[in-house]
Design a protein around this ligand. Structure first.
Ligand SMILES: C[S@@+](CC[C@H](N)C(=O)[O-])C[C@H]1O[C@@H](n2cnc3c(N)ncnc32)[C@H](O)[C@@H]1O
Length: 256
């Protein structure tokens, strides 16, 4: 007789040399991030994705658009919403809104008095976003700022420094380094930056790929590794998402 850690009692019958309840040993653990094939990805979604009907409808409409692959993956949206709730976020800013999925999933994760700042240059794509924000009942808490993000961020830095909890960067890659600097000004201590597409579909490690966008992402990735203003984690979700937490210079830089 044995008692397992739940307190349940198991009787083991000695049938020759085998115990009848013994399971074959499966070495099912990995200390590397698991690559996901389609079947495993489908399983992950089937047991974890909780997408509201309005988010699903927005994803469906966007899927028919030419630039549909710009939209974040639904599990990434849910992960960001989870982070917003975990840090008690009230103010979320994003650079790159497109048809509004990330802004919507984040707006839905904020409390009633929360605010979203959504920065984009496209009137056409954000018109789709506005429809779904209205339908979801969160349009009133989303400030859409149309225009070049660098100019909008400079304006916000002058008025709203240190007031945001979360900044999501998902626009022109060559602008990322500047957007990260702005984010560090706009965030409160302990606030998070989420930086999208940091693996560039794997192109970051291909020496034959040297377009401006991929080079910009490589530079950002390398610079963040040694940036002591932030705590850092690169998460292999979607196209790769780096999380950088703004440190308090006085407290977080103490030697361990
Ligand atoms: C990858 S999409 C954003 C996807 C979006 N986060 C979502 O969840 O669907 C990038 C967006 O950045 C916008 N963009 C590109 N350059 C920009 C700039 N300089 N200023 C503001 N927005 C820009 C594009 O218009 C586009 O809508």
């Amino acid at each position: 007789m044995v008692r397992d850690c739940s307190g349940e009692v198991w009787f083991l019958l000695d049938l020759g040399h085998d115990y009848c309840c013994a399971e074959p040993e499966i070495n099912a653990m990995s200390n590397q991030t698991l690559p996901l094939d389609d079947a495993l990805y489908d399983y992950l979604l089937s047991v974890s994705l909780r997408e509201s009907p309005v988010l699903a409808a927005l994803r469906e409409e966007t899927a028919h658009m030419e630039m549909a692959n710009m939209q974040i993956a639904p599990e990434q949206g849910q992960f960001m919403a989870f982070l917003l709730k975990a840090i008690g976020a009230k103010r979320y800013l994003e650079v790159g809104t497109f048809t509004g999925y990330s802004a919507l999933v984040c707006a839905l994760a904020l409390p009633g008095d929360g605010e979203v700042y959504a920065l984009d240059v496209s009137e056409e794509w954000t018109a789709v976003a506005r429809r779904y924000w209205e339908e979801a009942g969160v349009a009133g808490r989303i400030h859409l700022e149309l225009g070049d993000a660098a100019a909008t961020l400079a304006r916000l830095e002058a008025s709203d420094a240190g007031t945001f909890d979360f900044v999501f960067i998902d626009a022109d890659k060559t602008g990322y380094a500047g957007y990260i600097e702005s984010a560090l000004t706009l965030l409160r201590t302990g606030g998070l930056i989420a930086i999208d597409n940091v693996l560039r579909d794997g192109n970051v490690i291909d020496p034959d790929v040297s377009d401006d966008d991929t080079c910009a992402i490589r530079e950002v990735n390398e610079a963040l590794l040694s940036d002591d203003r932030v705590d850092l984690s690169m998460v292999p979700i979607g196209d790769g998402l780096t999380l950088a937490r703004k440190r308090s210079m006085a407290r977080d830089l103490q030697p361990a």
